[in-house]
Design a protein around this ligand. Sequence first.
Ligand code: NAD
Length: 266
Amino acid sequence: MVSSNKQHQGRTALITGSTSGIGLGVARAFAAEGANVMLNGLGDADEIETIRASIESDFGVKALYSSANMLSPDEIAGMVAEAEEAFGMVDILVNNAGIQHVSPVDAFPVEKWDAIIAINLSSNFHTIRAALPKMKDKGWGRIINISSAHSLVASPFKSAYVAAKHGVAGLTKTVALEVAEQGVTVNAIAPGYVWTPLVERQIPDTMAARNMTEEEVKRDVLLLAQPTKEFVTIEQVAELALYLSGTGASAITGTTISMDGGWTAK
Ligand code: NAD
């Protein structure tokens, strides 16, 4: 049974890249608060259907899935239109899909650069462009961009990712100013290292780029930057996304909130 005191009862949350990692955790957190969700991301069709069905059965909400590729502006527009047709509008938009590639800049594959800029930055523009008109009409909306500590500081060998995430910080500020009087807040969450498949997958490349073992990469590269020496958890990021969507956060807009174990304090 769905209780009526959940904070997002009757709302719709669209979360890009929610078949894995942070996005999936955020989607489940919004569903737990009563929101219908539009899932999105890549992966095995059967596994995605299991994820979708478990959200419906665990939380008593509607969960749809869009296979829109964040490389495609048309597919992104189609995904937002599908959510609006099914649920009326997208009340909460979480731009989370992201990829990484680690390489010295002068050896950085051009197609990887283009894909990272498209998925990690331009897709945020395309979802916002599509979802914002109905938020403005309603006078309420929440846009949360999952950026990174790399939206504030850099690390070597991650030129495309760092450039894209700095771009997300700028987009966040700009859109926030444009809709500041219309009940829509726009913020970014900047996690440090969160233990997810994205981080796991970059370990082999970092081992190669820096000639290190896996343990050395974890200790001397990843958690070296993070004073707490702990990975951020998916649940912690999801809790901050819920907070930013709540009434208590209506004065928070245009900002990037760090959740990085002290990394960017240095
Ligand atoms: P992940 O690899 O577990 O999940 C990424 C999601 O994006 C998946 O659902 C994947 O299918 C989806 N995706 C990738 N390419 C796509 C495409 N072309 N079209 C549609 N979906 C696509 O990664 P994660 O660690 O959960 O990362 C999620 C976000 O958090 C990313 O934006 C990442 O940059 C950011 N982030 C992660 C960390 C970390 O340490 N894990 C730290 C800071 C920021």
